[in-house]
Design a protein around this ligand. Structure first.
Ligand SMILES: [Zn+2]
Length: 342
């Protein structure tokens, strides 16, 4: 039915285009007879395939990817379809989905709850914060979904990464049950380890989401990356390197590149240079290039310290003092070499 309507519409459009052509009036008799059109012009065959839709329960799912997957900008892949249901009319979605579309889900943001399992469920379902998924610490095979992936959950708050702000709009939030840090007598924060079985769950979940929405490694981030002045979760014990090495999840630097940068640094000179305004400006700009929402000023303010600390939580977890030491600076440069086009 839809096919024939489409062809009729196209024919009308072609006819109306033709009517704009100036009409030549024949004042004299034509010597050559005008050829008679005997066959109808065939409308072009649409090139897009009919979308495969699978019905499961009350929901429809696209089953094919009609876009160019190398572009990450025009995809329909396996995902639920939400449609209007206007009274007295029928929404038809089985023909000609537009290639000009992309996903709203651009980021995956990882958190810890700083609560136990039960309290995590209560807070994330009954209060003003939420996440799409909650990964428990019970050693079972379950992951709780609290919010539909097509809706916003309230997990990121005031946040920024590259040109994006308020990342609730564009992200999937994953909360991981973990008690969070405790401060010792000297104020030093002690972060607890993440459970191994729980991390396997996190890895499988992140991989599934990243694959379906084609979320690049540079957009899989910690809450502290996108809100460094406010947040420190999931903290320095979160195994980013392990996830990168074993599951190809997220960003990590190449050791050789880091070592090259490190070898160029002369410790005595660096100790002097690191507190000069031009160098502070330079590393602030490098943090911003990687994605952090930091404006270079040439001055070490609280935002700068907290941003360096967030960077260290993620990429240099052995020491997170908010100081741009030679090791941290080498890692930062190596990351910007490895991920230039974000
Ligand atoms: Zn968080």
């Amino acid at each position: 039915m839809r096919n024939s309507l489409y062809f009729i519409g196209l024919s009308v459009a072609l006819a109306s285009c033709a009517s704009h052509q100036p009409v030549k009036k024949n004042s004299t008799k034509s010597k050559t007879p005008v050829p008679q059109v005997t066959s109808q012009v065939k409308p072009p065959t649409p090139t897009l395939p009919k979308t495969q839709i699978q019905h499961e329960g009350n929901y429809d799912f696209f089953k094919v990817n009609i876009g160019d997957i190398s572009k990450n900008d025009n995809t329909i892949s396996y995902g639920s379809i939400v449609s209007a249901n206007p009274k007295g009319y029928k929404v038809v979605k089985t023909f000609f989905p537009s290639v000009a579309q992309n996903f709203r889900q651009k980021y995956i943001i990882l958190h810890y709850t700083a609560l136990d399992d039960d309290k995590s469920v209560t807070v994330l379902t009954q209060q003003s914060v939420s996440a799409h998924y909650l990964v428990n610490n019970l050693g079972d095979k379950e992951i709780y979904q609290l919010v539909d992936e097509n809706k916003r959950s309230y997990h990121a708050g005031i946040s920024a990464w590259r040109n994006d702000k308020m990342l609730n709009d564009t992200s999937i939030g994953i909360e991981i049950v973990n008690p969070g840090y405790v401060a010792d007598a000297s104020g030093m924060r002690i972060f607890p380890d993440f459970d191994g079985a729980q991390m396997k769950k996190v890895a499988a979940l992140v991989k599934d989401i990243a694959d379906r929405y084609m979320i690049p490694p540079t957009n899989i981030l910690a809450h502290s990356d996108i809100a460094p002045t406010r947040k420190s979760d999931p903290g320095p014990k979160f195994p980013w390197k392990k996830l990168y090495d074993e599951y190809q999840i997220g960003m990590w630097y190449d050791e050789a590149t880091k070592q090259e940068f490190y070898n160029q640094i002369i410790p005595e000179n660096y100790a002097v240079e690191m507190s000069t305004a031009p160098f502070i400006f330079k590393y602030q700009a490098a943090l911003k290039t990687l994605g952090y929402g930091l404006e270079p000023s040439g001055m070490v303010d609280n935002a700068t310290k907290k941003t360096i600390e967030a960077f260290q939580f993620h990429f240099r977890p052995e020491k997170y003092d908010g100081v741009m030491d030679a090791e941290t600076w080498s890692i930062l440069q190596a990351l910007n070499v490895k991920y230039p086009n974000k």
